[in-house]
Design a protein around this ligand. Structure first.
Ligand code: ATP
Ligand code: MG
Length: 385
């Protein structure tokens, strides 16, 4: 008996005039998710089916599909002929050996000789007889459910559970953002959250080579790879800011190191975003989490961004909530590897917690801001993930 995977999408976004646009993006992303497998994707009355795949790849394919935003639920089903004998054979494979159950039926083919209620009754009766007393019907609180879907092509789908998908909207339907990706826990989660709303994500990472090592870079590449499974691919851009940190270290007040560096990062990020047609910056900042993420710290870095919005999807989250999401998306183990990104180099003992804009301006005036940014752009590298 053939196994297929039924895919249902979050229909709420697909109504109205934009339906085709959302569906095309969703379908493209589904195809991409299963491209490494020998599997076929077909559209079937308001949902998709994955079929003709080798059975030993089932789990892997399901894991991939669970990362596609816009996917509401999926089910692993048996596809059979729609005659009751064949449906019964498939239902026996879905049924637990003992316990309570119910049958739920749906007819796509309205010419099928039995109504959905009759299908459920007939199949339920057959299963009861087959189980010889080990099964009981409980329509209100069954321990398992057998679901039957009669299709128009003389076939039926028989399945059990609904597996929860990633939900959200298909990536590619809500513009493009540039994620400031550090090696930490927060920024991959921030990217994941914006991708969930349909945003395409490219990443920008600042490093302080040779103060930071190659392992730190590999860690960021690995994080971008993990993220890219949800974002349908990404480009990772890396920029060296060592010379900027050295210049700040040499000329400015030590407690403003992070504040000033942040402003350079945001300026570089905005310019780069505009070059690659990204429509916003995304960061993993969360209010009050560290000294630079006070409202004053955010005001300071925000004030150098002139044309684009800065999205901070984690701004109201506790660290624990962020960690939960990091674990769920599969990034946590990589995020906690001990390799430093640039911000831990030249770290002051007491960073300014409430930096004042006039003082920042005075310190920044000691630097050749444009020259330093220009030099940073000389080092930019693009890694296609
Ligand atoms: P994360 O866990 O994302 O590293 P964090 O708690 O360490 O965040 P900060 O170091 O204050 O917080 O960074 C705040 C945000 O600034 C990060 O979430 C990220 O978006 C951006 N950022 C920080 N360092 C870098 C970097 N080296 N490259 C790119 N973006 C960075
Ligand atoms: Mg960090």
């Amino acid at each position: 008996m053939k196994k297929v995977i039924i895919i249902r999408y979050s229909e709420i976004y697909l109504k109205g005039k934009n339906r085709g646009f959302f569906e095309r993006a969703f379908e493209t992303n589904l195809r991409r998710a299963i491209e490494d497998f020998d599997a076929e994707l077909i559209k079937n009355s308001g949902r998709y089916l994955v079929q003709n795949f080798p059975e030993d790849q089932t789990e892997e394919i399901i894991e991939k599909l669970k990362k596609v935003f816009g996917l509401h639920t999926l089910s692993l089903a048996y596809e059979t002929s729609s005659d009751m004998d064949s449906i019964f054979e498939a239902a026996k494979l879905q049924a637990h050996p003992a316990g309570t159950f119910k049958v739920e039926s749906h007819r796509g083919d309205k010419k099928y000789p039995l109504t959905s209620v009759e299908i459920s009754k007939t199949l339920g009766g057959l299963l009861l007889e087959y189980a010889k007393g080990a099964l009981k019907v409980d329509v209100h609180n069954p321990s398992f459910t057998v679901r039957v879907d009669i299709r128009e092509n003389g076939k039926a789908l028989v399945f059990g559970d609904f597996i929860e998908g990633a939900n959200g909207m298909p990536v590619g339907t809500a513009g493009k953002g540039l994620l400031l990706l550090s090696g930490g826990i927060d920024s991959p989660v921030a990217g994941h959250m914006m991708a969930k709303r349909g945003m395409k994500i490219d990443c920008l990472h600042f490093h302080s080579y040779p103060y930071t090592n190659m392992q730190a870079k590999e860690k960021v590449v690995d994080l971008a790879k993990i993220l890219s499974e949800y974002t349908c691919g990404t480009n990772l851009y890396t920029v060296k800011v060592t010379h900027i940190q050295e210049a700040i270290h040499e000329k400015c007040k030590p407690d403003l190191m992070i504040t000033l560096l942040r402003r350079f990062m945001y300026r570089i990020a905005e310019r780069h975003a505009l070059r690659i047609s990204a429509q916003c910056l995304i960061t993993g900042e969360s209010l009050g989490q560290v000294a630079s993420q006070t409202i004053e710290g955010m005001t300071s870095s925000n004030s150098v961004v002139e044309r684009l919005p800065v999205l901070r999807p984690l701004v109201g989250f506790d660290k624990n909530e962020i960690i939960d999401r990091s674990v769920k998306m599969g990034a946590y183990e990589t995020s906690i590897l001990p390799f430093e990104d640039c911000c831990t180099v030249f770290l002051p003992d007491f960073p300014a917690i409430r930096p004042k804009l006039d003082e920042i301006a005075r310190e920044e005036a000691k630097l050749d801001v444009e020259g330093l940014i220009e030099e940073a752009f000389q080092s930019i590298e693009k890694i296609k993930i």
